[in-house]
Design a binder for this molecule. Structure first.
Ligand SMILES: [Ca+2]
Ligand SMILES: [Ca+2]
Length: 492
């Protein structure tokens, strides 16, 4: 959990990911974004809320912020993210418990109003009546249980968060010895409380006969619980849910939903969070590494770094963080002349010659990737000079399942100081093949031919021709392919 935002934030190279937008859908989350994954620590509601509190946040505030956020995601288009209210996405599973989490705060009525809103706006009896993909029946299951006013908020826990039922009466024949009936009093979306019928009948509280007698009804609820255990549900054949338009001010705290037995290994509680290492992933000359052993440490320990290395730090007892820092292995510069990288696959043009090599797990973000376009890149020495030989090497990625293919053609031009250039090497590639992901090294060992004096070279230009649309056999037939390239290495 990121102490700056109170949200889940991916980590990268020993610390929190630098470029971070909680609304962005990207490869750090499955079918969702940071907002939608940040409400997942439900198996220890109290400790999660304490952690939020230590960073100046509250669960209620985070929930408000989620529902009030702009309802557009950014980043990748993802068909699964639908039914948005703010950044809450009712159309997909990572969000389904979130409105119900208000039951763990002092304002359960906010969640009850959201649940009612979702019941009334996100379902219809038309063929497209679900706001999302009915994966394993979960869109329907959510509707059924939410409409009863019972929701199994924490998987594995025999306890329900409560809300105002949509129905006047619900009979659950298979619950308890002889079934259980839930009766609703009132019509509002807010639940003031829930009592067993026998207790209601015994009560002599004035105003009970009229649900509008708010004060009288409010007095009924000693505990004002936002939850009910399976045991309590089964202990009585009938329950009354008292509902109202608003929650009356009662000057008494709710007894909110917290885990009865948090699903936590006590030994885990002693573990320290992973240390945070701040160091440039790539540098020239020298740089500084700073290490924070705990989130609350006031000052980091620092050290100067002059060579490529990995930095590994462990908190005891706890976790280990590792960061890599790479010194630029050359004094060449690089410029992209043609082609616009996809924002998700753009480590910056300097990454093309920084000594850091992308591996086959391209999701880590080292590769320079662009879609449906040709790429032209100029690599230049600090001053034009004569070379006896030039050994060139760079990597190209092929992962056809992710639409990443080799270019149709690669060309290398040498450029003289006067701007004149000539084609010095080239390769052509076959049709796109159905093969597992792999990396190809493109290599050439160039020696100047002929009798003329070797010219001074001011730059090398590489051209990558896009392979064109995906072929007919591909699931994404017709889609535009990506070129992924990294680490142009030049040995003189
Ligand atoms: Ca889904
Ligand atoms: Ca690189």
């Amino acid at each position: 959990m990121d102490p700056e935002t109170g949200l889940a934030r991916p980590r990268d190279n020993g610390t929190f990911l630098k470029r971070y937008e909680p609304r962005e859908v990207n490869n750090n989350f499955t079918e969702a974004n940071a907002w939608q994954y940040s409400f997942s620590p439900i198996h220890d509601l109290k400790r999660w809320q304490d952690m939020l509190g230590q960073s100046g946040f509250s669960l209620e505030g985070q929930l408000d912020a989620l529902f009030d956020a702009p309802s557009q995601t950014v980043g990748r288009d993802q068909a699964d993210i639908t039914g948005l209210i703010g950044q809450y996405a009712h159309g997909n599973e990572p969000s389904h418990h979130i409105a119900w989490l208000y039951a763990a705060t002092q304002h359960p009525e906010k969640g009850q109003a959201r649940v009612r809103e979702i019941l009334e706006t996100m379902y219809s009896d038309q063929p497209d009546g679900y706001q999302g993909n009915e994966d394993c029946g979960q869109m329907s299951a959510w509707y059924v249980m939410s409409s009863w006013g019972l929701y199994p908020l924490v998987p594995g826990e025999a306890q329900y968060a409560l809300a105002a039922p949509l129905w006047e009466s619900v009979h659950l024949p298979q619950v308890g010895a002889d079934g259980v009936t839930l009766n609703r009093m009132g019509h509002g979306p807010c639940l003031m409380g829930c009592l067993p019928m026998d207790q209601v009948l015994r009560s002599d509280t004035p105003g009970l006969e009229s649900i509008d007698g708010e004060a009288g009804v409010a007095d009924l609820f000693e505990g004002h619980q936002t939850y009910l255990s399976q045991e309590a549900l089964e202990a009585h054949p009938e329950h009354v849910f008292f509902t109202h338009r608003t929650i009356p001010e009662i000057g008494r705290n709710w007894s909110t939903y917290t885990n009865r037995h948090p699903f936590v290994d006590r030994r885990d509680l002693d573990l320290l969070p992973a240390p945070r290492i701040e160091v440039a992933r790539r540098f020239e000359g020298s740089t500084t590494a700073s290490v924070w052993m705990t989130p609350s440490a006031h000052a980091p320990t620092q050290r100067k770094v002059t060579e490529s290395q990995s930095i590994r730090v462990s908190s005891e007892p706890g976790h280990t963080s590792t960061a890599y820092t790479t010194k630029k292995p050359n004094d060449w510069s690089v410029r992209v002349l043609e082609g616009k990288p996809n924002p998700q696959y753009n480590p910056g043009e300097a990454a093309l010659i920084d000594g850091v090599r992308g591996d086959v797990d391209w999701r880590k973000g080292e590769w320079f990737g662009l879609q449906g376009q040709d790429l032209s890149v100029l690599v230049s020495p600090p001053v034009a000079k004569r070379f006896k030989r030039l050994e060139i090497d760079f990597s190209l990625l092929h992962d056809q399942r992710s639409w990443i293919t080799y270019p149709k053609r690669v060309e290398m031009y040498l450029i003289k100081a006067n701007g004149e250039e000539w084609l010095a090497a080239w390769s052509d590639y076959d049709e796109i093949e159905d093969i597992p992901a792999e990396i190809m090294h493109w290599r050439t060992d160039y020696r100047h031919q002929g009798h003329r004096m070797r010219p001074k070279i001011a730059g090398i230009r590489f051209v990558f021709k896009n392979a064109g649309p995906l072929p007919d056999w591909h699931l994404g037939a017709g889609g535009e392919t990506f070129i992924f390239i990294d680490e142009i290495s030049i040995q003189e």
